[in-house]
Design a protein around this ligand. Structure first.
Ligand SMILES: Nc1ncnc2c1ncn2[C@@H]1O[C@H](COP(=O)(O)OP(=O)(O)O)[C@@H](O)[C@H]1O
Ligand SMILES: [Mg+2]
Length: 223
């Protein structure tokens, strides 16, 4: 069976993933602070909005006005897209896990095709039984008719792909963003660690945050 693809908004990444994220999947994007996770999430929703696909951004980290302002820096007019019902931005304070989940699922009333949760690290702090609760949430999301990106904070220099240590096992896909120093310069590297129904290699690809969002420094070969 050929799985449908949902374009990522990043040209090179579409090429690397066989056309985008698998439709209706849950993908974790994990990276150290400042690697562009939030921008990558916004870019994913903006790409959807361009195609008429409704997207929801749930943030536990930033106030709504800051999210709109940050998107605006890339020419992505989220306020206008909200008026057109193509994007909705929600900012929440992480309380109890049950409450957070209830709130996220309440947002699905808008019937989005794309969802970004920024970040799951903030909400996993509130989980008592992390593994089971997270599993439940991911399974529930997989049952919905949308593609979800869960952003996860990674601690630099620490073991493990995600700080919560769970999402990497539960998700259909895992993308890692790192910042490394090479020849006295910082550079960002993206690696696809796993992705359901896609043939991937685990090469690292250099990328930059530019005025257009995330862009690969040299486009990966199309396979
Ligand atoms: N308008 C911009 N042009 C170029 N780079 C930017 C711009 N805005 C932010 N950045 C870069 O993007 C990074 C922040 O991205 P963000 O998605 O907020 O990171 P994260 O969510 O991973 O902490 C910063 O390190 C900054 O250098
Ligand atoms: Mg962020």
């Amino acid at each position: 069976m050929v799985t449908g693809r949902v374009s990522t908004g990043i040209k090179g990444l579409d090429a690397l993933t066989g056309g985008g994220y698998p439709e209706d999947s849950v993908v974790v994007i994990s990276g150290t602070p400042g690697t562009g996770k939030t921008i990558m999430g916004m870019q994913f929703l903006y790409e959807g909005a361009r195609k008429g696909e409704m997207g929801i951004y749930v943030s536990f980290e930033q106030e709504k006005k800051d999210i709109l302002r940050q998107a605006g820096q890339f020419g992505w007019d989220f306020a206008d897209l909200e008026k057109k019902n193509l994007i909705r931005v929600f900012s929440m304070w992480p309380t109890s896990f049950d409450e957070v989940i209830a709130k996220i699922f309440k947002c699905l009333y808008y019937k989005p095709k794309r969802l970004v949760v920024d970040s799951i690290t903030s909400i996993t702090y509130t989980m008592r039984d992390n593994r089971e609760a997270f599993h439940k949430m991911a399974e529930k999301l997989k049952d919905t008719n949308l593609t979800a990106i869960l952003i996860s904070e990674m601690l630099s220099g620490k073991e493990g792909f995600t700080r919560d240590g769970i999402s990497e096992f539960v998700a259909d896909g895992l993308i890692l963003l790192r910042s490394v120093e090479a020849a006295g310069e910082q550079k960002n590297l993206l690696r696809i660690e796993k992705l359901r129904s896609a043939k991937i290699n685990k090469d690292s690809h250099a990328y930059q945050v530019t005025g257009n969002g995330i862009e690969f420094t040299s486009p990966p070969p199309v396979r």
